[in-house]
Design a protein around this ligand. Structure first.
Ligand code: NAD
Length: 556
């Protein structure tokens, strides 16, 4: 078969590959491209602007073919979405090793990346797009929920009730924002240039309503704020025009952020460019388009800074919009912080991060069983209980049923082993895959996001995610990936992913115990090394050895 077509993962408990350790990546690759999951499946784009699951359709077909026949002691090697070899390994080795979008430092620029992409030599892997563990917008809802909960904790007495949040970008990731705000009790006004994006989120009940124009959107949002009602409203428009307009009108907004695809200037629509002209213009004149996009981002960021000047809580939500605005010459772009140093780092110091799992059976009842298991395992974790029960009510599955919740060191392995037991006992009808976002405690170096403002200044040290991938490979993960770029763009981050199968066997239990202990442990180690006391406490409580704090080294 040639070219674009509809892809959907097989369901049920019958293998189409030779073992569950190859069936799992096979199903997850196809699941990433399920039209319910992917933003532009015909172009193999899963989310985040141009984050792809495979380089081209020929490569996709070759990966499906190879995974279907791959043996239990073989490993498929994937270079930026193309399967380039199969090597003899062993049963503890990953069945797939992936490297996406990596470039040698001096060449790591968007123009060079695009030149190579045009030559068919690379693809953009984002984080979970090219590593086959994207689970639709749900994947980000929990992290977004946690972030807004932390904002509520820091500024608004633990709830967003009575506050109004303004944000931009209602795409694959950004679409989680309205729901995350309302789950925290707040009102949300979200701006997107593309009506179909707003409609999609409204269809999935992540967004409550779409207004006809800015005036009525502002009315609805302010009324919800006054009434302390959790409600979200979307409006079609360009954030570069609407943000400054709202500043001009003096609308009382409490929290301001943005998740347009600013990390890639070709994925941000400049002011005065029509939606229909976007992709042709970006493709034919990328330099000119980039300049105009950056100028528009500078206008948007200037408005964000002005909201901050008037007392709003303002943060960069991981899309590099501050750096793009700086490149356009706006010198106050970094006057507001990134969300990780502002809210997330303490969680990272406890090894907490976006643990997620998928039922390969396709049966939602299997996820219900795992939900119960997680609630039983951690009965005292109130935030987790609020999340899981809220998610059960509000979150529609996209593609294979999945769940996400943030778990910490000492919790992830417990959950993984419990799931493996449930598969072994037949209470779950087919294996579960367990992975995570690359935005995690020990898996990323990203000076404008996850590692911004590290206390020892080690923001740009990229050894950590590379070590993380090596550790997961050595610990028995089923597939491991090393990516460059991700959510913040080329030249700005290095990160790694792992996915491990719980197929109910004793071997899977051994692998899960190691991977789900060692993977977050790399985050504790990274934060201990940087000098965070909370990470030191976690390492001590979880018996993680830190050589520099032992014996002779510790006395120096
Ligand atoms: P996406 O491409 O699916 O969606 C981006 C949306 O922005 C689209 O709906 C697009 O129409 C809209 N948009 C573009 N230009 C606009 C403009 N000028 N005004 C208003 N709307 C505009 O991307 P996504 O997956 O939602 O990711 C959004 C951004 O967030 C990316 O930069 C991504 O890298 C970043 N991200 C952050 C995190 C995080 O943890 N905070 C996680 C993943 C992604």
């Amino acid at each position: 078969m040639e070219g674009a077509r509809q892809v959907r993962s097989p369901r049920g408990s019958t293998l189409t590959a030779r073992s569950w350790s190859t069936e799992a990546p096979l199903r997850m690759l196809q699941n990433n491209l399920d039209p319910e999951v992917a933003e532009r499946p015909d172009d193999l784009v899963v989310y985040g602007g141009t984050g792809r699951a495979a380089r081209d359709w020929r490569s996709f077909d070759a990966m499906v073919r190879t995974l279907t026949t791959l043996g239990p002691e073989e490993t498929m090697i994937v270079q930026s979405g193309r399967p380039v070899g199969v090597l003899q390994t062993h049963e503890w080795a990953p069945r797939v090793l992936i490297a996406n979008s990596n470039l040698v430092a001096d060449w790591a620029t968007w123009p060079e990346f695009r030149r190579l992409e045009r030559l068919g030599l690379t693809m953009y892997g984002q984080m979970t797009a090219g590593s086959w563990i994207y689970i639709g917008t749900q994947g980000i809802v929990q992290g977004t929920y946690e972030t807004f909960a932390a904002v509520a904790e820091k500024r608004f007495g633990g709830t967003l009730a009575g506050t109004l949040t303004l944000t931009g970008g209602c795409g694959g990731m950004g679409g989680a924002q309205p729901l995350a705000v309302t789950l925290n009790g707040g009102a949300c006004l979200i701006v997107d240039v593309d009506p179909s994006r707003l409609q999609r989120r409204a269809h999935h009940r992540y967004l409550d309503e779409i207004a006809d124009d800015l005036d009525s959107a502002v009315d609805v949002a302010l009324r919800a704020k006054q009434d302390h009602r959790a409600w979200s409203v979307g409006v079609v428009g360009n954030a570069a025009s609407i943000f400054p307009e709202l500043v001009r009108r003096g609308v009382e907004i409490d929290i301001v952020t943005d998740q347009t695809s600013a990390h890639d200037p070709l994925s941000y629509l400049p002011e005065d460019v029509g939606l229909d002209d976007w992709h042709d213009y970006a493709e034919t004149k990328p330099e000119e388009f980039t300049e105009r996009a950056r100028a528009s981002m500078a206008k948007q960021v200037r408005a964000m800074v002005e909201f901050g000047d008037h007392g709003a809580e303002v943060f960069d939500y991981g899309n590099s919009i501050r750096d793009e605005a700086r490149k356009a010459g706006y010198d106050r772009a970094f006057d507001f912080p990134g969300f990780v140093p502002a809210y997330i780092r303490p969680l990272f110091c406890e090894g907490r991060g976006p643990f997620r799992w998928v039922a390969l059976s396709g049966d939602p009842a299997d996820i219900a069983v795992t939900d119960r298991a997680v609630l039983d395992l951690f009965p005292d974790n109130r935030r987790l209980h609020t999340w899981i029960t809220g998610a059960q009510r509000r979150i529609a599955f996209q593609g294979l049923p999945a769940r996400i919740c943030w778990l910490g060191q000492g919790e992830r392995d417990k959950a993984g082993l419990a799931f493996n037991d449930l598969v072994a006992s037949g209470k779950i009808t087919a294996p579960i895959v367990i992975g995570r976002d690359h935005l995690d405690t020990g898996s990323v170096a990203s000076p404008y996001r996850e590692t911004e403002g590290m206390i020892d200044g080690s923001d740009a040290i990229a050894d950590w995610p590379l070590l993380n991938a090596l550790v997961n490979t050595a610990s028995g993960a089923t597939w491991v990936s090393i990516h460059h770029g991700g959510g913040v763009g080329i030249g700005r981050s290095q990160h790694a992913g792992q996915v491990t199968v719980a197929d109910g066997t004793p071997l899977a239990a051994q692998k899960l115990a190691r991977v789900l202990t060692n993977d977050p442990a790399m985050g504790i180690i990274r934060h201990v090394d940087a000098g965070y006391d909370l990470a030191e406490d976690t390492a001590a409580a979880q018996d993680i050895r830190i050589p520099m704090q032992e014996g002779w080294a510790a006395t120096r």
